[in-house]
Design a protein around this ligand. Structure first.
Ligand code: CP
Ligand code: NVA
Length: 314
């Protein structure tokens, strides 16, 4: 059966942890020159209706490193921009490629693509979720802390797509998540309710960033205006000013707390230079790990036997 990644809830906790384990091993294998090209002859289709640097380049590089190929489409150079349905796009692309990654606005479009495609579909970010980001962030946290046990993540800023994926991750993996968002900029209520009803993690929502970071191992922030919200930028700047991750906020956190940002950052807005370039910042290792986690993800989807045997034999 083909597997999709529309949200982190598409994975069991065990599957998520196995992807992280395989991603960390692939990182080492690449460094040691031992990475096997397990996707020779495979093709990944990439669809972008929003811009990207990390997601595009990390998926393309991941595919090439594993011996496969990519075809990248945008709305400008494909029929998606001329309103061909996602269902028909899925039916057609499934006959050409071995998996599809899509970054777009409406989450429902990704779900439609996944339900009509006969090949795996990966959500590379929608207005509501960014699962690849948070899965690779968990890899980074495990790498830096040694484990995900007793983890407390503080989210400071907008209750956006990345925040929603953190909620899903907490529900699956059972760590503590403390979100500080201004009133009116809360994360997705459906995700919160589902996580609180079924999830294993403790999720706390506050409007006070100092309260959120007080016992945090990780302080995480993101832009105040996401892609598609450009017209709200000025208004958001004033609402979010008290949520800046700066030296003063870090003083309220435990000394071991690490700072993460999915990037791109708007330095001087949600994060200061001092923090982003400071000793607790792991943002560029975090960006690198997109590549390693996604190598594991595409191997799992397109060559599951190679994935299983690599984990089994390792
Ligand atoms: N973090 C992230 O997804 O970056 P891009 O928008 O550059 O892909
Ligand atoms: N929340 C941001 C994440 C960018 C990777 C956005 O959607 O623009």
């Amino acid at each position: 059966m083909k597997r999709d990644l529309c949200t982190i809830l598409d994975l069991t906790a065990e599957e998520a942890l196995r992807l992280i384990t395989r991603g960390r091993r692939m990182k080492r294998e690449w460094t040691d020159g031992l990475l096997k090209p397990t996707l020779c002859g495979k093709v990944l289709g990439l669809i972008f209706t929003k811009p990207s640097t990390r997601t595009r380049v990390s998926f393309e590089a991941a595919m090439y490193r594993l011996g496969g190929h990519c075809i990248t489409m945008t709305e400008r150079d494909s029929q998606i921009g001329r309103k061909e349905s996602h269902a028909d796009t899925a039916r057609v692309l499934s006959r050409y490629v071995d998996a599809i990654m899509i970054r777009t606005f409406r989450h429902e479009d990704v779900e439609e693509l996944a339900s009509f495609a006969t090949v795996p579909v990966i959500n590379g970010l929608t207005d509501r979720f960014h699962p690849c980001q948070v899965l690779s962030d968990l890899l980074t946290i495990q790498e830096k802390r040694g484990s995900l046990d007793d983890l407390c993540v503080a989210w400071v800023g907008d209750g956006n797509n990345v925040a929603n994926s953190w909620i899903n991750a907490s529900a699956r993996l059972g760590f503590t998540l403390r979100l500080a968002c201004p009133t009116g900029y809360d994360p997705d209520s459906g995700s919160l309710e589902r996580a609180r009803a079924q999830g294993r993690g403790k999720i706390v929502l506050t409007t006070d960033p100092f309260e959120a970071v007080a016992s945090a191992d990780i302080i995480y922030t993101d832009v105040w205006a996401s892609m598609g919200q450009e017209s709200e930028e000025a208004e958001r700047k004033s609402v979010f000013a008290p949520y800046q991750v700066n030296g003063k906020l870090l003083e309220a956190a435990p000394p071991h707390a690490l700072v993460m940002h999915c990037l791109p950052a708007h330095r001087g807005d949600e994060i200061t230079d001092e923090v982003m370039d400071g000793p607790g910042s792991i943002v560029f290792d975090q960006a690198e790990n997109r590549l390693h986690l996604q190598m594991a993800l595409i191997e799992w989807m397109m060559s599951p036997s190679a994935f299983e045997s690599a984990l089994g034999n390792a």
